[in-house]
Design a protein around this ligand. Structure first.
Ligand SMILES: Cc1cc2nc3c(=O)[nH]c(=O)nc-3n(C[C@H](O)[C@H](O)[C@H](O)COP(=O)(O)OP(=O)(O)OC[C@H]3O[C@@H](n4cnc5c(N)ncnc54)[C@H](O)[C@@H]3O)c2cc1C
Length: 415
């Protein structure tokens, strides 16, 4: 059976590996870093003396590629979330609080009653969501910006979280596949899920363990600097450490981020504009996680967009955070902490120890110009496929998209 060389051990590369190892393929995985996970990883932070994630990652129970992969690698129990599909929100400008509770089944009964709708919205606001079906290239703001609280309290936070792009330029229609696979199918598919003890514990460690049982050769600290090509076939992989010649049946799955993939293979077009996500992890001595209603809170009317609590760490997420990412870590902590304090009734004046992580190229921006640059799985090189959240999965750049792209690449190889 052909050897498959996977470049990049992010979730796309790992899911490719899992899918191929299931069918007995021999694998070599090249990863430039000394750890796997790429943009979804955990590390021990000496300042906080806690293991934290590079960024909080929210998934939904309808993300079937995520749940399938975790089932395969025996890690299904490593995601956590409430039994109900409920999302708590607080508007820090008006002091309103509300919960969206999705009901079972595809008929959204919760939009029928004022007490279960987002405060300040009418039933017609939800019917207007159908505009997504014919949105073309219209932006989120262009499509829904006139809708007052429905825009401010639903479309804006939802689109920024899913697309990591400012709503005035984000292509609204890219939310459709996410809605179709999750919220539009009802509660069973809409439960929020997060990594129980961190992304590495949930995804990366069990995937590596599972792959090592199947004798995958995972090579850390091996940055691929060149892929040699002759007659439209890749012939060798060059790293700083050696040159790996490819056999006639060998295949490559290039699962590096877009800004690397496009430099490794001539002729590959990839998205080239990105948006940052800023995360602030506060270590709050004595904070009692069990006293708060929910470990996840959406914020409106503030710089902070989502709060996640794990133990005594309260983490803030700000997607499409262009203005914020330019500031110093100290400034960012000083801006976000009073918002956290207000949301959870804590002392706003003393900022606890904080770690700010700015992922400058968290995802590509979802604009019409960038979407046309998403590459298909197959390339003009016969034995080279692509995987990654940036490839043309039809989904936004998310964990679900990354994993699905890996499955797709593996299937293309097996064909
Ligand atoms: C802060 C943050 C928050 C996010 N929040 C969410 C969220 O809430 N929900 C969600 O679903 N998604 C979220 N995402 C997106 C999600 O993390 C990504 O979509 C996903 O991790 C991308 O996986 P990937 O494998 O495609 O790419 P990557 O994770 O970038 O993996 C690529 C791998 O290739 C390696 N590599 C690069 N160059 C080379 C080379 N030359 N040779 C060898 N190896 C190389 C890299 O080191 C890396 O390990 C977030 C992302 C960030 C950064």
């Amino acid at each position: 059976m052909a050897r498959v060389h996977i470049i990049g051990a992010g979730l796309a590369g790992l899911s490719t590996g899992v899918e191929l190892a299931l069918k007995g393929h021999e694998l070599i995985i090249y990863e430039q870093a000394n750890q796997a996970g790429g943009r979804a990883r955990s590390f021990h932070d000496a300042h906080l003396d806690r293991t934290i994630d590079n960024g909080n990652h929210l998934m939904l129970s309808g993300n079937y590629s995520v749940t399938n992969m975790l089932e395969t690698i025996n890690a299904s129990t490593r995601l956590s979330g409430p039994d109900h599909a409920s999302f708590d929100f607080a508007d820090l400008e008006t002091d309103d609080n509300w919960t969206i509770n999705f009901n079972r089944g595809p008929v959204p009964l919760w939009v029928l009653y004022e007490r279960t709708r987002v405060p300040g919205t009418s039933m017609m606001d939800y019917v207007a969501g159908l505009k997504l079906l014919t949105a073309g290239n219209r932006s989120v703001r262009n499509l829904f910006g006139e809708q007052g609280q429905m825009y401010r309290r639903f479309w804006e936070p939802f689109s920024v979280a899913v697309l990591n792009t400012a709503p005035d330029i984000a292509v609204a229609r890219l939310m459709l596949p996410v809605l179709r696979e999750t919220l539009a199918k009802g509660a069973e598919y809409s439960k929020p899920l997060v990594a129980k003890q961190g992304l590495s514990h949930t995804f990366i460690d069990p995937a590596l363990k599972w792959l090592s049982y199947r004798k995958a050769d995972v090579r850390f600290g091996q940055r691929v600097s060149k892929i040699e090509v002759a007659n439209n076939s890749a012939t060798a992989i060059v790293t700083g450490k050696n040159i790996e010649p490819l056999g006639p049946d060998d295949k490559i799955v290039l699962a590096a981020p877009p800004w690397i993939a496009s430099t490794l293979v001539e002729g590959i077009i990839a998205p080239d504009q990105f948006a940052p996500i800023v995360n602030v992890h506060f270590q709050v001595d004595g904070f009692d996680e069990t006293k708060i209603k929910t470990p996840m809170l959406g914020l409106v009317g503030s710089v902070s967009q989502w709060l996640f609590v794990r133990g005594d760490i309260i983490s803030v997420t700000v997607s499409a955070g262009h203005g914020l990412a330019d500031k110093s870590s100290k400034e960012i902590a000083a801006i976000t902490w009073p918002e956290v304090a207000k949301a959870y009734g804590l002392d706003a004046t003393s900022i606890p120890p904080a770690r700010v992580i700015k992922e400058q190229r968290a995802t590509f921006i979802a604009t019409p110009e960038q979407l046309v640059k998403r590459a298909p799985t197959k390339t003009h090189i016969n034995n080279l496929m692509l995987a990654g959240d940036w490839t043309d999965t039809g989904l936004p750049a998310t964990i679900e998209g990354a994993i699905r792209s890996g499955v797709k690449a593996a299937k293309a190889i097996m064909k």
